[in-house]
Design a protein around this ligand. Sequence first.
Ligand code: DAH
Length: 373
Amino acid sequence: MDYAATGEQAQTRIDAASELDALEQLRVEFMGKQGSISGLLKTLGALSADERQIVGPQIHALRESVSAALAERKQALESAALAEQLARDTLDLTLPAPEAPRGSIHPVSQVMDELAEIFADLGFAVATGPEIEDDWHNFTALNIPESHPARAMHDTFYFPEHNDAQSGTTQHNASRMLLRTHTSPVQIRSMLEHGAPLRIIAPGRVYRSDSDATHTPMFHQVEGLVIDKGIHLGHLKWTLETFLKAFFEREDIVLRLRPSYFPFTEPSVEVDVGFALVGSKRVLGGSGDAPGHGWMELLGSGMVNRKVIAAGGLDPDEWQGFAFGVGVDRLAMLKYGMDDLRAFFDGDVRWLAHYGFSPFDVPTLSAGVGTAA
Ligand code: DAH
């Protein structure tokens, strides 16, 4: 048999293969288990030793050359395929990015970030507490004992009374669970956990059984608490003024402190902020007593009641403090001009697209905490 001629024929056919698939078929035809060259190798066993000396190297040489031809052709076809793909897949980096669905930051989240930024600059840390709270932290420790009228005012969502099947007793009232009605319990938790001195704000969700255009069963508050030595009302007023000027980005914010009552503060003050009536719109700034101006109630605050400081595990003869609580949703409405609180929680994408913020609008004191959407 003319092995050289067989080799040449194989080479011709391999060179003619124009696709990787066709080449693979040739490989199977020649070199596969049932392949022609594999078949030739199998004939060696039947030959005499002398014949094998002659034929053996020829078959092996044939096998080598066909194998090399297959590999070479395969490489050539693969590089051609790659080159063709590269030529086809051009990437124009100057084209605009495709329109992708974009989310937005909810105004409540944005305002909470603004508050954290402003108060961080004043040395306040952000504290949190559970939304499912117990009666003691939400009421009793804040000097709102059982049967106190303030409890009724809070329209509390209570969890069902828990009966202990084993002892047959009803759960003690202080551990009755509820949805926190305000962020004030975080005052107690922070004092118990960190002691004094203390400077925290505690933003978060609160719950009350109440619903109309300005009330939703869930809303947001931010609590502020400072505990230190020698703290007085002046510190409170300066802190609130500094905060509100930074928040509303107006130097002409004027506050009025009115005597009020909260069980957890003594004395208690309600803080009003002056506004100007522009058409039918209230624009914050200026004294509310000026002509065409008025006062708007904004937040509750006061010097922390001695009983609350004691409930926080601190000695009220040694430590004093002030606290305040304000609605975050209300702050957002005032700053960004929404008028219906319910829309905050409807999840309407059109509302979110209109009032929401870009994730790139990160509030910073240097860039301004109130960059509009
Ligand atoms: N917790 C009060 C509320 O929800 C708000 C408040 C008033 C908080 C006075 C305070 C404060 O810390 O000092 O109505």
